[in-house]
Design a protein around this ligand. Structure first.
Ligand code: ADP
Ligand code: MG
Length: 263
């Protein structure tokens, strides 16, 4: 069965501090190397239920690795990551369920090329969430309608525009009833005229209370939709504050330098 994302979490025992209350994703002292490259340096981050956290920072600062670690597409060297009070499972069915709880949308749309749009949004529900096909298809059509691509249900991904494909990818992740959605530069590969249709779907999700981690260079989205901005550089969280504070009054030279280049 699908856990209710707004319902009470599992027993968190006596874990103190930010692991309590509304914390949904908790990273504590997370470190990650690729060989000699230290890509995540003692990352502490708490994402609360319903929060929208935008992660920004220069290329190579570790933003994608951070997202991939939360979804356990990358292992970490040390530290701890908890989703809804539970440590990340290492493998097997538990891991598949975790990945369903943590929806992920990538820069490259990552749809199954040889499956129709409808199948793309249906299959995970059947395989991981154990729904029957009829219920899964019904839910898929509802979600495709919500992201504005209902008319494309029987097409293959290659027949869709980039913006449409990315909206299908969002619908596919949502079909698993995730507790949190991770977006890793979801509009970076899109032609400019398609960026807004994807951001609009994300804005709507945010308004509906979805917990979201969004890596993006779209500063308009960060300003209007984020509760918090996390600025990363060289594998560290350098600033973590409100969008107003970050854009209006960045505290570090690193952030000021970054903003001067992109704004
Ligand atoms: P960002 O998303 O902020 O651009 P990444 O998390 O993709 O940064 O990468 C952080 C650093 O780790 C970069 O220097 C990148 O080249 C390196 N890196 C990422 N993935 C791998 C990998 N699989 N193997 C080796 N180095 C990697
Ligand atoms: Mg990246």
């Amino acid at each position: 069965e699908v856990p209710d994302p707004k319902g009470p979490g599992p027993d968190r025992g006596d874990a103190p501090g930010p692991d309590d209350g509304d914390a949904l994703v908790v990273l504590r002292r997370v470190d990650k190397h690729f060989g000699t490259l230290h890509v995540l340096r003692s990352i502490d981050l708490t994402i609360r239920r319903g929060e929208v956290v935008v992660v920004i920072g220069p290329s190579g600062s570790g933003k994608s690795t951070l997202c991939r670690a939360i979804n356990r597409l990358e292992t970490i060297d040390s530290g701890e990551i908890r989703i809804d009070g539970r440590p990340l499972p290492a493998e097997g069915r538990e891991l598949a369920r975790l990945r369903a709880d943590v929806g992920m949308v990538f820069q490259s749309f990552n749809l199954f090329a040889h499956k129709t749009v409808l199948d793309n949004v249906t299959l995970g529900q059947i395989k991981v969430r154990k729904k029957d096909r009829k219920a899964a298809e019904e839910r898929a059509r509802t979600l495709l309608d919500r992201v504005g691509v209902a008319a494309q249900a029987d097409k293959y991904p290659a027949q869709l525009s980039g913006g449409q494909q990315q909206r299908v990818a969002i619908a596919r992740a949502l079909a698993m009833d995730p507790k949190v959605m991770l977006f890793d530069e979801p509009t970076s590969a899109l032609d400019p005229e398609m960026i807004n249709e994807v951001l609009e779907v994300m804005r709507q999700l945010a308004q509906e209370g979805m917990t979201m981690v969004v890596v993006t260079h779209e500063m308009g989205f960060a300003r209007s939709a984020a509760n918090r901005v996390v600025f990363m550089a060289d594998g560290r969280i350098v600033e973590e504050t409100t969008p107003d504070e970050f854009f209006g009054n960045p505290r570090t030279a690193r952030a000021r330098d970054f903003l001067s280049k992109i704004l």
